[in-house]
Design a protein around this ligand. Structure first.
Ligand SMILES: [Zn+2]
Ligand SMILES: [Zn+2]
Length: 400
């Protein structure tokens, strides 16, 4: 609201004053009253406000500039929900410096790595950096049990068995657990979560195989639709209509898939127009459902690709639009939607939350994963070299 007002003010008084980004600097020693940036952890949300953060907007192939899909939704009631946690996205998420206990609810649209590849980082990283309780994961079933989320998480934990067993010796096992709530991928607008004034529903998506879904979150009379990978589908048209924010993929154009992604023309036309959503089709979806604000994502957003996508979208949609990049943030209320960019540190640490960490396992209760053979290889001069430092630390902290 303040920003909007200042934008109006800019138009009225522009010739006579000095402009900082988003505000008026009244004197050489003054500060800018507003900037088009969000500094994480510095703003409280109003009770009926939503903050949406793009923690990943890219593709399965890694790129430092754009991680794979991850959306964080923060609500005025204190709840936080992750929608997908794609490869690389945890670096953006961690830079928000939110205690890991507040990042324990993850909703997966589907099981392609670019939508859950960094679950390992949230799981183990959060475990070592202060999460005190298990992660909770909601995700769709598949055509057969082995294509569903419960199977994926069970075998995820098996794949990371060595990781878990070695951590269990020194850390409480509790934060290393994952509870799974698998729901029917075919259910249409069915409630998958309802608590504390928040309702999250799922609708089927059409993408690569059976299983993918999109989510609809409702809170304080506001509706945010988080579209997973999909060809435009009738469920999205029906249930995303009237959304305050509608997020939907818009994929690279077939010529750009050939030029930049190395795909053959035959492959590009299938990927870009059948498994995913072309810019023209994205625009058609948005001009049909008419959200207050549309967000397109799931492409490497750069000078080479942006205009081609924008032209396609604008051929079928003229409403409010963001083509997302990582670290975009939207604040949403009934009266206004403000988009800004996040400014966050590259060297963020985990922030401790209010919950007391669970006690480490009692000595002897968990088998030592290091054998006597390996222990016997410890090089004693190293023990001697660190002994004074170790003794001092133990004394300072009353450790035995
Ligand atoms: Zn996918
Ligand atoms: Zn994807």
């Amino acid at each position: 609201m303040i920003i909007r007002f200042l934008m109006l003010a800019v138009g009225l008084f522009a010739p006579t004053i000095v402009w900082a980004a988003g505000g008026v600097v009244q004197s050489p020693t003054g500060v800018a009253p507003e900037r088009y940036v969000y500094y994480p952890g510095t703003e409280e949300l109003a009770k009926d406000e939503i903050r949406l953060i793009a923690c990943g907007t890219g593709l399965p192939a890694a790129r430092r500039d754009q991680a794979a899909t991850c959306w964080l939704i923060e609500l005025g009631n204190g709840d936080k929900f992750l929608f997908d946690v794609g490869t690389g996205s945890m670096a953006n998420l961690a830079a928000l410096m939110i205690p890991y206990d507040f990042l324990d609810k993850v909703f997966l649209t589907h099981l392609h790595t670019d939508h859950w590849g960094d679950l390992s980082t949230l799981w183990a990283g959060g475990w070592t950096a202060g999460r005190t309780r298990p992660l909770q994961v909601w995700g769709p079933s598949g055509q057969t049990p082995d294509m569903g989320t419960a199977y994926a998480i069970e075998h995820f934990l098996k794949a990371f068995n060595w990781d878990a067993r070695t951590r269990n010796f020194v850390l409480s096992a509790e934060p290393g657990k994952i509870s799974v709530k698998e729901f029917d991928y075919k259910a249409v607008n069915a409630v998958v979560y309802q608590e504390n004034g928040v309702t999250i529903r799922s609708i089927p998506a059409i993408h690569a195989g059976d299983g993918p879904v999109s989510f609809i979150l409702e809170y304080a009379g506001l509706k945010v639709v988080i579209g997973g990978d999909t060809f435009p589908n009738r469920w999205f048209i029906e249930y995303a209509t009237g959304a305050d924010i509608a997020i939907h993929e818009t994929f690279l154009t077939p010529p750009d898939l050939v030029k930049f992604y190395g795909q053959s023309p035959g492959q590009a036309i299938i990927v870009g127009t059948m498994i995913h959503t072309s810019p023209q089709a994205f625009g058609k979806v948005m001009s049909t459902i008419k959200p207050r604000h549309a967000i397109g994502y799931h492409f490497f957003n750069e000078q080479n690709t942006h205009d081609n996508i924008m032209q396609g979208v604008r051929s079928t949609y003229s409403g409010p639009l963001s083509l997302a990049v990582d670290d975009m943030v939207w604040n949403i209320t009934k009266d206004w939607i403000v988009e800004r960019m996040i400014v966050s540190p590259d060297q963020a640490w985990g922030v401790v939350g209010p919950n007391k960490p669970p006690a480490p396992p009692a000595p002897g209760s968990v088998p030592n994963p290091i054998s006597d053979f390996i222990k016997a290889g410890r090089w004693l001069p190293a023990e001697e070299a660190q002994a004074p430092m170790v003794d001092k630390f133990k004394k300072d902290n009353d450790l035995k």
